[in-house]
Design a protein around this ligand. Sequence first.
Ligand SMILES: Cc1cc2nc3c(=O)[nH]c(=O)nc-3n(C[C@H](O)[C@H](O)[C@H](O)COP(=O)(O)OP(=O)(O)OC[C@H]3O[C@@H](n4cnc5c(N)ncnc54)[C@H](O)[C@@H]3O)c2cc1C
Length: 220
Amino acid sequence: MLDVPGWPGHLAGQHVDVRLTAADGYSTQRSYSLAAPTNGDRLELTVQKLADGEVSPYLADVLSAGDPVEIRGPVGGWFVWRSTDTEPVLLVGGGSGIVPLMAIVRTRRAAGIRTPVRLIYSVRSPADVYYGDELRRPSRADDGVDVTFVYTRATPAQWPEPPRRIAIADLEAGGWPPDFEPSCFVCGPTGFVEVVADMLVALGHDPRRIKTERFGPTGG
Ligand SMILES: Cc1cc2nc3c(=O)[nH]c(=O)nc-3n(C[C@H](O)[C@H](O)[C@H](O)COP(=O)(O)OP(=O)(O)OC[C@H]3O[C@@H](n4cnc5c(N)ncnc54)[C@H](O)[C@@H]3O)c2cc1C
């Protein structure tokens, strides 16, 4: 959680750039999606700690309550969803790519609307699931949000199939037929996003309705 006095507000799907500067002046930045709808001056991020990463271990383990960080944002005008959008929504997330998709689910909830949403969440194992309580035990306000999990390395006990990568059948079973003209949002590691976007096009979804966000390495 970051408190940013005077925050102008943001849309679901946007991100911020977080800049860290060391005492010797060395500085680096990374992008992080906003995980929740606008809530006054308070921002929520969800950071996956990469063991060999430069910034994410610092944010996850070192940064403490009250420490200042420099941020820039909100950033992004394409990978966004507005609660006034009426088309059915398909969300496909891989790993931490769930973060901006969760902002969409939460924005829908906060607006009290019933736009039908289908979420397909590809994740390594049950322990790696972010927002598990919210996604597995949805509140009444989440009626109309259907969630499908795909486990790539380890499944929950009694899961009906072994771990595997997301497949076209998942997008057919857990998504919308192209005729419904859904807005598709795909987010995750670059390879994941490209595979899923290609599968959606192969299923007949209009590429103009497929918005992608690649969580590849950023910074510099
Ligand atoms: C628009 C946008 C939004 C993002 N939102 C989020 C978010 O909400 N939550 C989040 O945790 N991350 C998010 N990311 C990824 C984030 O910006 C960083 O890339 C990530 O935290 C790694 O930074 P690092 O400094 O720890 O690792 P680095 O020091 O940059 O890299 C360490 C190693 O990890 C690899 N690597 C870098 N990024 C990733 C990655 N995303 N997945 C797997 N391997 C990687 C590198 O190639 C390198 O081998 C987002 C990226 C973009 C472009």
